[in-house]
Unconditional design. Structure first.
Lengths: 272, 394
């Protein structure tokens, strides 16, 4: 199986080779709002037309997250969510969901799970990549890379407006899948709308002509910010705004469909 | 190089490192590149030592506690960090880091605090240097340490309640890190203990190392030898212990005793004794021993002393534990309160409840008449008066 996965093209790469529209990546926290929401939300997002899905592993101390995602982590943990339970829930999800799926999480639950076991289980259930904000490049290369590669998992790095050009080049050289462009100096969900200063940063990165696709995340919340971001990158990531929808979910499939359409629907059809 | 010093990647043995989101990388990298050059510069050294002498009141005395010695059957010396300006060792670090922040050209300071001692020490040096100061403090701690909240405000700092999680020190640290992510350019984060991403543990240890530097000279003057048989200190994050151990780390004849808070008992479910209850994990930027669930969720510690109420210890201490260079003891709330009351009656010194843990550990040690023991009396008990009153029994 491992042998195959190294020859097989990762779903993320496959997807970016074929795409021609702006890419919408949606984040949700596993175990939120209900302990068993994971599969419902995954298939809802696939049906609604999300291009990529990011599942958050809940953690007690999510330092890079703002209040909305903090709350969803807290609720998920109160719901009894664990990484082991998530892996159980994910067994067989590839029968319903074909889009690339990545796990996002802080390092400690993964360290306790055991890094090798974790990578092996990710591969077995059909996960394509990992976003671990508190795993820096040095530690990744020394301790983790070997396991990620062995199990066909892309490691997705973040860059921010403060990241130096030299470091962006280094991250680009060591990245696979895509680069997660944090839209401003902030934790998740902190700002609404996109400022001139941010556009300047988007433009600067666009002109660097990186080899990896870029998705812009943090503070992207609606059609306007999604389209604006997509002018400078291959697409964008929406987290907190989707969590807010999940907080008051009534008819999961329909609500998720409406949400995704409200963002992806072409400008000509919108009120604007 | 000593095996107890940090290596170039920020590790003490298998502990340490720099596990931070990319958004903090430029700030932490700048610190890593510059902290040694700044700390070792002539300018810094001159200002730091001048402030320690004229402002903090150093050197702090090394005091032979005769009545306590008689009770315990050994020579017990107290390193009087409680006599520092602001009432604890915390100010040694903040004086150093404020000078560093100025050298880096930062205009704003943030800090986290548990008991409020580090918050007060930070607010103090910010007032001294005219820098803006925001201190994050768990809402629960704000209630149990009210006088310190008012002291910080009086000193001109803004105190922001951390409302997330358990609303104690761990959450205040999360909030301070989030604030730094949101304000990376003009702000320096003064971490209050030997925790956090590299270079913080090493930087804070160096700034607290003045404690053991003075101990050596003072003990030599009093007894003719620099080296005691034991150095004993309490460990929350571990900064006063790191300072008290620092110049003895490579002197194997000196036994180092680190004292953790057992709360209501190590196995009571209400404890902060990290080396007894923790496993290796990653929190607040470093790999260290951490109290956590099987799923890797950080658990809520408990101690009567807010300054020891933290679910981890600094990576240096995790390494000292792992390598057995230091012995670790656990002291309950009740043992610490007894020891605090005893020192008050025997020596006329009311210790901080954190420091009372170190004193209580002496009762667990098998001491010989010839033993020379230095206890780091990390702070004074003024801030804890309300807790002493509630506890009673004196
Ligand atoms: C008097 C005193 N001692 C000890 C501590 C514990 O911190 P550390 O372990 O970093 O010395 C504190 C923390 O607030 C304190 O106020």
């Amino acid at each position: 199986m491992t042998q195959d996965s190294r020859l097989k093209l990762n779903r993320i790469d496959q997807f970016f080779q074929q795409r021609n529209e702006p890419v919408l990546n949606i984040y949700f926290t596993a175990g939120f709002p209900q302990p068993d929401s994971t599969r419902t939300i995954l298939s809802g997002l696939q049906k609604a037309g999300a291009d990529l899905i990011e599942i958050g592993i809940p953690f007690s101390d999510p330092v890079a997250d703002g209040p909305t995602i903090q709350q969803s982590n807290k609720k998920a943990l109160e719901n009894g969510m664990t990484l082991r339970l998530l892996m159980e829930q994910l067994k067989g999800f590839r029968e319903e969901v074909q889009v690339p799926v990545v796990l996002m999480g802080y390092l400690n639950p993964i360290v306790q799970y055991g890094i090798e076991q974790f990578c092996q289980d990710c591969e077995a259930v059909g996960i394509d990549g990992l976003i671990l904000p508190d795993l820096p490049m040095y530690e990744y290369q020394i301790f983790y890379k070997e396991f990620f590669q062995k199990h066909g998992l892309h490691n997705i790095f973040l860059i921010s407006p403060q990241t130096s050009e030299a470091r962006i080049r280094e991250i680009d050289a060591n990245s696979q899948g895509f680069i997660y462009m944090v839209s401003s100096a902030s934790v998740t969900g902190a700002k609404q709308g996109i400022s001139q200063e941010q556009l300047g940063y988007f433009e600067r990165i666009q002109q660097m002509k990186l080899k990896n696709p870029k998705l812009i995340g943090f503070g992207i919340s609606d059609r306007e910010s999604f389209q604006q971001a997509s002018r400078y990158a291959e697409g964008a990531i929406i987290g907190s705004a989707f969590i807010k929808l999940l907080e008051k979910l009534e008819q999961p499939e329909q609500d998720i469909k409406n949400f995704v359409e409200s963002i992806k629907q072409p400008a000509t059809q919108s009120a604007k | 190089m000593s095996e107890y010093r940090v290596n170039e990647h920020g590790y003490y043995g298998s502990f340490g490192g720099s596990f931070i989101p990319e958004m903090l990388y430029p700030n932490v990298e700048e610190l890593r590149e510059r902290y040694l050059a700044i700390l070792e510069s002539e300018d810094f050294q001159k200002q730091y030592h001048q402030l320690l002498r004229d402002y903090v009141g150093r050197p702090t005395p090394l005091y032979l506690a005769e009545r306590l010695s008689e009770r315990l059957g050994a020579s017990i010396y107290l390193k009087r960090e409680d006599l520092c300006h602001t009432g604890a060792h915390k100010v040694n670090n903040t004086v150093g880091q404020i000078l560093l922040a100025k050298a880096l050209g930062k205009q704003k300071i943030i800090a986290e605090t548990g008991a409020g001692q580090h918050g007060v020490a930070t607010a103090t040096v910010c007032a001294l240097m005219g820098l803006e100061c925001i201190v994050y403090m768990g809402q629960v701690d704000m209630e149990r340490q009210k006088p310190n909240v008012e002291r910080m405000k009086l000193l001109g700092a803004e105190v922001r309640p951390a409302m997330s999680g358990s609303r104690t020190l761990k959450d205040a640290t999360n909030e301070a890190m989030r604030h730094w992510i949101n304000n990376p350019a003009d702000t320096h984060y003064i971490i209050g203990s030997v925790v956090g991403p590299h270079p913080y543990p090493d930087m804070v240890a160096r700034l607290q190392a003045i404690i053991s530097k003075e101990m050596r000279a003072q003990l030599k003057e009093k007894t003719g030898t620099e080296n005691p048989d034991y150095v004993v200190a309490c460990v929350g994050g571990g900064s006063n212990a790191a300072g008290a151990f620092y110049h003895y780390l490579d002197e194997p004849s000196v036994k180092l005793i680190a004292v953790e808070a057992a709360g209501k008992g190590v196995d009571s479910g209400e404890s902060a004794a990290t080396t007894f209850l923790g496993k290796p994990g990653v929190l607040h930027g470093s790999k260290t021993l951490l109290m956590q669930t099987e799923d890797g969720q950080v658990t809520e510690p408990y101690s009567i002393s807010a300054g020891l109420d933290y679910p981890g210890i600094g990576p240096l201490h995790a390494h000292l534990f792992d390598s057995k260079r230091a012995g670790f003891l656990a002291v309950t709330d009740a043992q610490a309160m007894d020891a605090g009351i005893r020192l008050s009656k025997l020596e006329g010194i009311i210790p901080a409840i954190e420091s009372a843990h170190a004193l209580a550990a002496l009762e667990q040690m098998e001491l010989k008449k010839s033993d020379v023991v230095i206890v780091n009396l990390s702070g004074r008990g003024d801030k804890d008066l309300e807790t002493y009153i509630k506890w009673g029994g004196y």
